[in-house]
Design a protein around this ligand. Structure first.
Ligand code: F6P
Length: 404
């Protein structure tokens, strides 16, 4: 097995830790990696980055990460003992992940967890930091149960990981969606059309609500509106107010009608990719039937295209021009916002502190604007839906714009 170097440039290294990024890419991953690596070397800890998420662990596919890949004569270093070396300086604002991501699910691979454990032991890693959403953190929990020292940080543009108020990547995504909608407004106004803008967000509607509202959308459809009525009430008491709400695609048709009556012949609707309701449910089920699922059993919502289903429904109801736009992947690789870069740097620093404190099986989380430590287990088993008060506030705003 490969022996990791005890000295790199001027750094005498007592230990090594591993880091990986998995699931969908999100702005902030590289800023987290940069901060984590800087903090590690500051404490004489070397870092290896596994490529392609958990797949890189199985395949022993990694690079040595260093603050700057320059030797004392400031000559570029590309490898040490035939292992690739990557410098992390200057990646703070870079979207995506320099390590690459995958949705490899170790729990679905025969002996996957055990083999990954073996690799971390062979490399004598002090710990493994996993950056990802609930699926990625669920695998980390299994590794932890098998005795691997894991720590995690909540990364997803969906902002739907339980146990934290904020997942890095979200702010960048809503900034992108707001920008798209503001541009699309000119198309709608110039064509007297109804544009239905679909956002990512899987089962939660954070991107649609906050990106849609900030962009000036005239109505927004999020999964919680209907999911609250079908989810287990005891598991989701926080969704109670939605159960008394009656807002669905027909409510959107009414909003468009009222706008038309007021001479506003253009409308932008923002819909979360995971949206459904009692009216569209049958159509969506039928359309989803043959759509492939990913390694964690999620339907490929990009192939479903709920915006088109909503647009077709509105066109049929009102005999007006409608168009559907999917913004998903564009919002996921948009520029890293200042807020995300700042949050990610802190997530990276706190991750290394968890390792130094030996707090394994834990994740760094944000709660009431404080970075806190939570058990990884809080991140799985439930979806962090948009709270009812947030939807209610924004829906009030739409009705006011109508009377304004
Ligand atoms: O989880 C992040 C996310 O971007 C979701 O919003 C989206 O549904 C999914 O990933 C898309 O997955 P993939 O990268 O497999 O197409």
């Amino acid at each position: 097995m490969y022996e990791l170097p005890k000295q790199i440039m001027n750094f005498k290294l007592n230990d090594y830790v591993g880091i990986l990024t998995a699931g969908g890419p999100a702005p902030g991953l590289n800023a987290t990696i940069q901060a984590f690596v800087y903090a590690a070397y500051e404490n004489n800890i070397g870092v290896i980055g596994f490529h392609d998420g958990y797949l890189g662990v199985l395949e022993r596919n990694f690079s040595i990460l260093v603050p700057e890949a320059l030797d004392p004569n400031r000559t570029h270093i590309s490898s040490i003992n035939k292992v690739n070396v990557m410098g992390v300086s200057g990646i703070i604002d870079k979207p995506g992940s320099i390590l690459r991501n995958s949705r490899t699910n170790l729990m679905k691979i025969q002996g996957g967890i055990e083999r990954a454990k073996q690799v971390t032991e062979e490399l004598k890693l002090k710990a493994l930091a996993c950056l990802g959403g609930d699926d990625t953190l669920a695998v980390a929990i299994e590794l932890h149960k098998q005795g691997v020292h894991v720590v995690g940080a909540p990364k997803t543009i969906d902002n739907d990981v339980m146990g934290t108020d904020y997942c890095f990547g979200f702010d960048s995504a809503i900034n992108a969606v707001a920008k798209f909608i503001r541009s699309l407004m000119y198309d709608a106004k110039s064509t007297n059309g109804v544009l239905v803008v679909e956002t990512m967000g899987r089962r939660a509607g954070w991107i649609a609500l906050e990106g849609g509202a900030a962009g000036g959308a005239h109505a927004i459809l999020i999964p919680a509106l209907y999911r609250a009525k079908v989810e287990d009430k005891d598991l989701y008491p926080e969704l109670e107010e939605y159960r008394n709400m009656d807002f669905n695609v027909d409510s959107v048709v009414e909003i468009i009608k009222r706008r038309l009556n007021r001479g506003k012949r253009y409308t932008i609707i923002c819909v979360a990719e995971g949206y459904t309701d009692e009216i569209l449910e049958k159509i969506i089920e039928k359309e989803s039937k043959d759509i492939p699922k990913d390694e964690f059993g999620h339907t490929r919502l990009d192939k479903l295209g709920v915006a088109k289903i909503v647009a077709d429904y509105i066109a049929e109801k009102l005999s007006i021009r409608t168009r559907a736009i999917q913004t998903g992947y564009l919002s996921r690789t948009t520029a890293t916002s200042a807020f995300d870069a700042y949050m990610s740097i802190n997530y990276g620093i706190h991750l290394l502190q968890l390792i130094q404190q030996g707090k394994y099986g834990k994740m760094v989380a944000m709660e009431a604007s404080q970075f806190v430590i939570k058990d990884l287990s809080v991140a799985v088993g439930k979806i962090r839906y948009v709270q009812p008060w947030r939807f209610k506030n924004i829906s009030k705003f739409w009705s006011w714009t109508l009377t304004g």
